[in-house]
Design a protein around this ligand. Structure first.
Ligand code: PEP
Ligand code: MN
Length: 264
């Protein structure tokens, strides 16, 4: 079902008037984690003012260590839904377990599967019947074929609205957090009809690399970007402040993108 042979035309996912795929560029921006109602409200206003269409933010965080901040949970879903509604933005948030799919689907417009859960097949099956579009991140050690098979689980479950996301893979390089595999973008668009989103934040792990790799992703044919932005990155509650753009950098980048490709 994910194959272009089966479905020659690009899939366009329409959510409340925003089209993802099919030529328009979508920008999803926001913090790594929802931290408070004030934080997500302020950042939502900045995403909207910059021209973004989707507010990102994790309420449930898949942290490498069990003692790190794990997210604010269901309260965060509510805070994010309110900020999205107030600022007229769609929302995307990560869901980590099948048990939380229904509540995340109640509050968010798009559900995100994180890199660590790309092959959580029970989660993927549950997302097949959740009724909401899904952004599926590539596992950091997954091949294109494994990513497409993971998408297949969601599609086979009856949900046609899946986006593929390149977020960087693990290589021998340690200067960057991950290696953003730009080649994935044209390859996935060739093999599949599904929209392809690039995540230059996790793909590099370094703020100064987000702008060039965003532009490179657009040049490679990405249908959208998911970018971390924070008003106070040095004090963010996850370690991802180092890769988060300041609000003025985010706004400047979106202005530059307008010149590269029309944003929705
Ligand atoms: C995130 O988007 O904040 C995140 C945890 O992403 P990934 O699953 O790509 O690490
Ligand atoms: Mn993050």
């Amino acid at each position: 079902l994910a194959s272009r042979d089966f479905h020659p035309e690009d899939t366009v996912i329409s959510i409340k008037g925003v089209n993802i795929g099919g030529g328009e560029l979508v920008v999803m921006g926001g913090p790594c984690a929802v931290e408070s109602a004030e934080q997500i409200d302020e950042i939502a206003g900045l995403v909207k003012a910059a021209g973004g269409q989707v507010l990102r933010g994790g309420a449930f965080k898949p942290r490498t260590g069990p003692y790190s901040f794990q997210g604010v949970g269901v309260e965060g879903l509510i805070m994010m839904a309110e900020a999205g509604k107030k600022h007229d933005l769609l929302t995307i948030t990560e869901v980590m377990t099948p048990e939380y799919v229904d509540i995340c689907a109640e509050y968010a417009d798009i559900l995100q599967v994180g890199t660590r859960n790309m092959q959580n097949f029970d989660l993927l099956r549950k997302l097949g019947t959740c009724g909401k579009p899904v952004l599926l991140k590539r596992g950091f050690s997954a091949t294109y074929d494994e990513l497409l098979n993971a998408a297949e689980y969601i599609l086979a479950g009856g949900n046609p609205n899946v986006m593929l996301c390149e977020r960087g893979i693990r290589t021998f390089e340690t200067y960057t957090r991950n290696t953003l595999d730009l080649t994935a973008i044209p390859v996935l668009k060739d093999l599949s009809h599904l929209p392809v989103i690039s995540d230059p934040s996790h793909g590099t792990g370094r703020r100064e690399l987000v702008e060039p790799m965003t532009k490179a992703s657009v040049a490679a044919g990405a249908d959208g970007l998911i970018i971390e932005m924070h008003t106070d990155p040095d004090n963010s509650m996850t370690g991802d402040g180092v890769q988060s753009l300041f609000p003025d950098q985010f706004a400047g980048l979106l202005q530059d993108l307008e010149k590269l490709a029309p944003i929705v």
